[in-house]
Design a protein around this ligand. Structure first.
Ligand code: NAD
Ligand code: AKB
Length: 323
C-alpha cells in the first residue's frame, strides 16, 4: 500500500499565540515547505517567518487567499486569523468582519477547491445561562460580540459540512497558556501575563478578581488536541464538529498565584478588575469534554502544577538567554 501524499497546508493568522506553535508542529509533521504560513502583519525575525514559507494575506481579501490556494495547490487550511474577546469588544464591527467574514471567505474557497478546514471555536460561545460545568450541548447565548462570532462560526461549519460536504472541524479552546508567543488580546491573557510579571518583578496587578475561575489549557495540550482531532477518521466526528469542548485544567487566580508562589517567593498579586471581569464572569468555570474523549480519544496531560512549572522554567531560561 502506498503512503498518503503529503498535504499542502495554509495557516492564516500564523503569527499569533496559537499559530507560532501550530505552524512549527505542522512543519515537523509535513515538512517545512508543505506548510505555508500567512498573516496580515509581518514580525521581523519571527520563527514562523524564518523557518518556512510565509506570505502576507488579509483573510478579508478573498482573492489573495484564492491565489495562494491555486499557486500552491493547498489541501488544508488551519484558519487562525481572528480578533479575540478584549480587542473585539473594543471594536465589535472589526471583530465581526474578521471572525465571520474571514471564515466565510475560507469556507467558500474550501467548497470551491475541496479543501479541509480547521476553524477554532472558544469557551466564549457560552453565556451566563450555561451551567458552571459547560456541557457539549447546551443553549449558546454569549454576551460578547466575540462569543457571538464563534457561535456563528460553529453554525457555518456545520452548514458547510451538511450542505456542501466540506470537512470543517473546530475545537472550543479554553484560555491557552504558552511561553513561546504572547497572548493576543483576550480575556484569559492574565493567565499568561502573570508569569512574565512574576519572573520580572515578583508582582502582578490582575485585571480579574481573585475568585475568577475559568477553563484553561497549556499550549502543548492544545496543539496535540488540534492535530489529533484533524487526524481522526471522518466517520468518528459527530455533530459537534464545529466546536468540540476540550478540558485542560480549571483554576481561580488565587489558586494560580499560590502555585506560582511555591517557586517565586515573594510573589504579590493585587487585583484591579476592569471590563474583562464581565466577560470572564459570563463564561463557565470548566467544560465537559466527554464527547471529544469518546469520539477521538481526547485526554489532557497538563494539570495546574505541571503547567506552572513548565511556564516558569521555560520563561526563566529564555530570559537568561536573552540577557
Ligand atoms: P492571536 O490574536 O494571537 O492571533 C491571531 C492572528 O490573526 C494575529 O497574528 C493577527 O495578526 C492575525 N489577523 C488578524 N486579523 C487578520 C486578518 N484580517 N487577516 C489575516 N490575519 C489576521 O490569536 P490566537 O490566540 O492565536 O487565536 C487563534 C484562534 O484561536 C482564534 O480563532 C481564536 O478565537 C481562537 N482561540 C484562541 C484562544 C486562546 O486562548 N489563544 C482561546 C480560544 C479560541
Ligand atoms: C479570549 O480570552 O478571548 C480567548 C478565548 C477564551 O477565546 N483566550
Amino acid at each position: 500500500m502506498s503512503a498518503a501524499p503529503t498535504p499542502t497546508v495554509l495557516v492564516t493568522g500564523a503569527l499569533g499565540q496559537i499559530g507560532t506553535e501550530l505552524v512549527s508542529a505542522l512543519r515537523e509533521l509535513y515538512g517545512s515547505d508543505s506548510v505555508i504560513a500567512s498573516d496580515i502583519r509581518e514580525i521581523e525575525g519571527h520563527p514562523v517567518i524564518n523557518n518556512g514559507p510565509f506570505l502576507t494575506a488579509d483573510v478579508l481579501d478573498k482573492n489573495s487567499l484564492k491565489v495562494i490556494i491555486e499557486d500552491n495547490n493547498v489541501n488544508i487550511i488551519y484558519h487562525l486569523a481572528a480578533i479575540l474577546s478584549a480587542t473585539g469588544e473594543k471594536n465589535p464591527v472589526l471583530c465581526e468582519r474578521v471572525n465571520v467574514g474571514g471564515l466565510a471567505n475560507v469556507l467558500e474557497l474550501a467548497r470551491e477547491y475541496e479543501l479541509r478546514v480547521f476553524s477554532p471555536s472558544s469557551i466564549a460561545v457560552f453565556g451566563p445561562d450555561c451551567p458552571n460545568h459547560a456541557p457539549q450541548i447546551t443553549p449558546l447565548n454569549p454576551t460578547t460580540t466575540y462569543g457571538k462570532t464563534k457561535v456563528t462560526g460553529e453554525i457555518m461549519a456545520k452548514y458547510y459540512w451538511e450542505v456542501h460536504g466540506v470537512d470543517v472541524r473546530g475545537i472550543r479552546y479554553p484560555g491557552l497558556i504558552s511561553w513561546k508567543a504572547p497572548a493576543g488580546g483576550g480575556t484569559t491573557d492574565y493567565a499568561v501575563d502573570i508569569f512574565h510579571h512574576a519572573i520580572m518583578s515578583g508582582k502582578y496587578s490582575c485585571f480579574v478578581g481573585p475568585d475568577t475561575r475559568l477553563p484553561m489549557m497549556y499550549m502543548d495540550d492544545a496543539i496535540r488536541a488540534t492535530l489529533e482531532m484533524m487526524d481522526t477518521p471522518v466517520e468518528s466526528i459527530s455533530d459537534s464538529r464545529g466546536g468540540y469542548n476540550i478540558s485542560g485544567c480549571s483554576f481561580t487566580v488565587t489558586e494560580l498565584v499560590a502555585e506560582i508562589s511555591k517557586v517565586i517567593d515573594p510573589f504579590e498579586c493585587t487585583y484591579s478588575p476592569d471590563i474583562r471581569q464581565e466577560y470572564a464572569d459570563s463564561w463557565p468555570d470548566s467544560v465537559d469534554d466527554t464527547e471529544a474523549s469518546n469520539d477521538w480519544g481526547w485526554k489532557a496531560e497538563f494539570g495546574l502544577e505541571q503547567l506552572v512549572n513548565e511556564m516558569l522554567t521555560n520563561l526563566t531560561r529564555t530570559r537568561e538567554v536573552e540577557e
